[in-house]
Design a protein around this ligand. Structure first.
Ligand code: DLL
Length: 434
């Protein structure tokens, strides 16, 4: 058993819940007196810290949203004085001001331990060399992974995103065994390796830890066969701590184990805000119970998934979340049909000769929405007759209609014509919003 698979990951439900309740009560008592926002919202809901007597009482507390964080920009949600803050990160978001998060020394240590546990779950040990292609900076990916790798005692290569050719040379020379990055950037790494005549088969990777954006099961197959490694999904968000909230295990790769000794998870119906039972799909909500500087209570993530409480073959007893399908604000509504980019990805990748690079364009003419799916195909096919391409476009369009119920125009394009990202991919261009 790896050193970081500590007892709390395998303890029976009652044990986890007892820890959660104690930590929740401590957090609520503290923030009631240190964060005016929470005092105000708890008072408004008529709840005092002493009312939290069981985990069920969590339901009585109000939700926190991104808008609340924006209203308290930049530091008003912090629960400690600025002299105790040692690190600040921010997530950009698409509109308006970024969301700012702070960490105390102890928070940085908690985060590093959580990330070390992620590595351990993904098969990592102190003997591993980790090639970290997550971006370093205000984004939590780079530094979060970095500190976790050091905590594990592994060797970290802080390459960050970009400078892609040099990354391939580093992979050949430094012999890293674990690769971390966004799935879209990692695919670009594979593409550049191919151009350089480097086959991942001859590199040294055993595990890949990919996240920060949704990716489908079909994308996992693509990544595993191209990169010759086992691909694990990692989930997290700046507001909750960064990467290290949940990860798939090496043994099963099915559902992401949530570190429940640090976070309480709920799934709600995004419309009615009612808490949903295990197995039902809805919006993920997190409460942090060990953070000092920036605790969040019932934070609405906008991420859509479901929970699975079954213990895993790896021995972990923590609740698993299924792979998120996307965010409520990324969901496209095309002529009344709801569809996530990751669902389109799944359909696209069922077709041979399609490359895993695509973009969705949404337009509105009059009152009618239209969806165009631009996807790259391999060179050989692209030089085929127009008629062959048209038949293929029609077939994919039919598949999308059949599986997802949405009409889409499919445009097959030449390889490398869709812009590559060094971090999170831009999957949707919504011209209705311009
Ligand atoms: O993306 C933290 C992170 C870094 C996670 C590295 C994993 C690896 P933010 O930039 O604040 O933080 O973005 C958080 O990204 O609410 C999801 O919508 C999305 N996201 C993160 N991980 C996944 C995943 C980092 N595995 C937002 N699958 C979240 C799907 C993901 N979406």
């Amino acid at each position: 058993m790896p050193i970081y698979n500590i007892d709390s990951e395998t303890m029976p439900r009652e044990g986890i819940e007892a820890i959660q309740l104690k930590r929740l009560q401590t957090t609520i008592e503290r923030i009631y007196v240190t964060v005016p926002f929470y005092k105000k919202t708890f008072d408004k809901a008529g709840i005092k810290p002493s009312d939290i007597k069981s985990l069920d009482d969590l339901k009585r507390l109000p939700f926190t949203t991104k808008l609340d964080l924006r209203d308290n920009y930049p530091y008003d949600m912090f629960a400690v004085p600025m002299e105790n803050i040692v690190r600040i990160h921010a997530s950009s978001g698409t509109t308006g001001k970024p969301t700012v998060v702070g960490y105390t020394k102890r928070d940085i240590d908690t985060w590093a331990r959580l990330m070390a546990r992620c590595f351990a779950a993904a098969g990592g040990t102190s003997g591993d060399i980790i090639h970290n292609a997550f971006g370093y900076g205000l984004f939590t990916g780079g530094l979060g992974v970095h500190y976790g790798a050091e905590k594990l005692g592994a060797s970290i290569i802080p390459v960050s995103g970009g400078n892609t050719k040099r990354q391939i040379t580093i992979m050949q020379d430094f012999k890293p065994t674990i690769l971390t990055g966004t799935p879209s950037y990692v695919l670009h790494l594979a593409e550049v390796a191919d151009e350089m005549g480097v086959d991942f088969k001859n590199l040294y990777f055993k595990s890949g830890i990919f996240g920060a954006e949704p990716w489908s099961e079909n994308m996992r197959e693509e990544l595993e066969s191209k990169l010759h490694l086992k691909a694990m999904d990692i989930y997290g968000l700046s507001e909750v701590i960064g990467p290290g909230v949940a990860i798939e295990c090496y043994e099963e790769q099915k559902g992401l184990h949530i570190f429940e000794d640090h976070f309480i998870v709920e799934i709600i119906d995004p419309e009615t805000q009612e808490v949903l039972p295990y197995g039902e799909t809805g919006e993920l909500v997190f409460t942090s119970i060990t953070k000092e500087a920036f605790p969040v209570i019932r934070y609405r993530t906008k991420d859509i998934t479901s929970l699975n409480p079954e213990p895993c073959i790896c021995g972990r007893t923590h609740i698993r979340m299924n792979k998120p399908s996307g965010r409520t604000d990324d969901m496209l509504i095309i002529r009344g049909v709801n569809v996530f980019p990751s669902q389109i990805e799944s359909v696209l990748m069922e077709t041979k000769q399609i490359l895993p690079h695509y973009q969705l364009l949404v337009d509105r003419k009059g009152n009618l929405d239209s969806l165009t799916v631009k996807v790259e195909i391999d060179e050989e096919l692209f030089s085929d007759e127009i008629k062959t391409l048209q038949t293929m476009e029609q077939k994919i369009s039919n598949d999308i209609k059949e599986y997802l119920g949405v009409s889409a125009k499919v445009m097959l394009v030449e390889p490398k014509t869709i812009e590559r990202s060094e971090g999170k991919a831009v999957r949707v261009i919504d011209n209705r919003k311009i």
